[in-house]
Write a protein that binds this ligand. Sequence first.
Ligand code: XMP
Length: 320
Amino acid sequence: DWTMKAFKAQEIAKVRAQVGSGRVICGLSGGVDSSVVAALLHEAIGDQLTCVFVDTGFMRSGEADQVVSLFRDRFNIKLVHKDASDLFLDKLAGLTDPEKKRKIIGATFIDVFEEEAKAVGGADFLAQGTLYPDVIESVSFTGGPSVTIKSHHNVGGLPERMNMKLVEPLRELFKDEVRELGRELGLPDDMVGRHPFPGPGLAIRIPGQPLTRENLDILRKADAVYLDEIRKAGLYDQIWQAFAVLLPVRTVGVMGDSRSYDYACALRAVTSTDGMTADFYPFDMAFIGRVANRIINEVKGINRVTYDVTSKPPGTIEWE
Ligand code: XMP
């Protein structure tokens, strides 16, 4: 598409003019936005860019490896991969309050990121995948009063602390435009088309109970089964976001001849254009039944599956 081609050329020129011969650090999350920023910057300034991927341990199944193999091995981008999953779990031990979790995840992320950034010699600029809806939603919430609905996880405060200037080449774009730009930059379709994923990841999809490696693993498996069925049914691209939530209740079930007493999980899928409003996705019940069967059979620890039919507003997309 010629307009996106023009936008890309224009942004590359802008980045070069802003950055000069300076060094840029970009936080890679594995999501579409930071991936597109990284690819754009790499094309604009090559080795002046270093990417830092802080692995929180809260990613979906297989994603950490995919990030590393795409950016380091295929794109040849300088990439630091820091596995900080122990630290994150330590800091969150025993916590259930969603806002506290978000604050601690954000603060821990900044600490780790800063340490890794220093270890590679620092930089003059920090690149971020801020989108237009982020700019609006942080000011007010869908036209409502200016209150914080959820503290979003970002590297706020870090640029000042480390004396870095911000590079935000996606500030004028909506998600669908970011995807188009990503294609223009040669990112693979499965990366560009990937559903949005919150910075705090699976950590905010286990409401009401403390996080452990065990419950994260249960959720990660259920999520993988759900997404696998969605892809097989050819529905992935029609859905804005789909994920499982591990509920803090155990219920009684029958498995073969015996009684089970395991977690319930909720499945969520929504359509949306910018994440600010959303409708639940109207799967047919046979599909939901198939997913439920597979999760209960394949994921030890879950014996009941429900489907969330709340739209946004009044609900939010995530549960925390
Ligand atoms: P909610 O749950 O507020 O989410 O309706 C709207 C969109 O934002 C994503 N989300 C986040 N993204 N950091 C992010 O980068 C966060 O802390 C965060 N919380 C929610 C959510 O997945 C949805 O796409």
